[in-house]
Design a protein around this ligand. Sequence first.
Ligand code: SAH
Length: 379
Amino acid sequence: MVDLTRPSLEERIRQMIAATGPMSLADYMSLCLADPQDGYYTAHRPIGAKGDFITAPEISQLFGELIGIWMRAAWQMSGRPTPFHLVELGPGRGTLMNDMLRVVCQDPEAAAALHIHLVDISPTLRAEQEATIAGFQQTKSWHETLDSLPSAPLFMIGNEFFDCLPIHQWVFSEGRWHERVIGLDERGALTFGIGPVRALSAPSQGRETRTTNGPVPEPGAILEHSPASEAIMAFIAGHLGAHGGAALFFDYGHAAPGYGDTFQAMSHHAHADPLRAPGRQDLTAHVNFDALRRTALAELAERPAHGLTVPAIMTQGDFLLVMGLLQRAGQLGAGQSPEMQGQLQDAVERLAGPDHMGKLFKCLALMPAGLPLPPHATA
Ligand code: SAH
């Protein structure tokens, strides 16, 4: 039942802005995505053909299976630590975990050692995850944040997790960086604006070079920065550095720093205005893989205990091809109907094709140095 007496999220956001002034994009994103009552992830079912977007594991089992092979190999080559803590961040409907588990459990020793962890803020999606992986009898733990993960080697995966973490944007105007904010126009509707100069918390991306030594940015240039993503990456690198394990993240984003506005809304598989319908459409930003990699490297430099490295960023297409995407698709299609084979070809194209996810999506790994696995083992 919809409670008509309760103000909508949009109404609450307008009230907050009226009371305390314009808000950062990061605060707006947090409210829209994670508000306990009306947040997009906390209160809706966003993923799938009927939802707002489709992710790689929902396109084909090939994605999760190849990642399962990677995880199993990373665990085996790390000396088979027991328990085998397999962790997924933002597991959505649980499809990727389910496909991975099938492959991981082909090794009886891995199956016996397995402990499954799912980190998600969404109660509705948690229920879906539980149903999707119900066929696996191993211990399962759900976590709202990473803090409650065990102090032990972790084998972690996250697909389209970082893109929904809040970002700040900075606009270059009159020779300085200003925070881009969300305020109210004269009719009381949400609108973008430019906030005061906040030199102290200037974005790390731009701090070193762009405003001082480098070329002066064009007026209106936009720089994005996600302290929340960097804090989570620092936690992960610190944890793996201290206890061992490996981690793999896929998302759309850029491997080199740069300017540009990537803040976007998705509704029913199409781009939408991010200031419309707060809490009822997905909000994301491209992931700055360069910043995440540098964060991880800086953290690991302080804890070299487990010899972890962060290989250069690889595209999703290259990763999947090196992991044997074409061979696996061929195996699955052998002896099947032309229709089934056509579907597999289509899935390969969507996952790895340069005009689909193959190039825009990137892969970042943290793993023991010398592990003969991609992204290290580039073809
Ligand atoms: N990995 C899935 C789903 C991606 S959507 C797939 O590929 O299909 C993003 C997922 O992250 C959702 O499950 C959402 O509930 C979860 N999520 C969003 N913000 C989060 C946060 N701050 N902490 C934990 N989980 C979060």
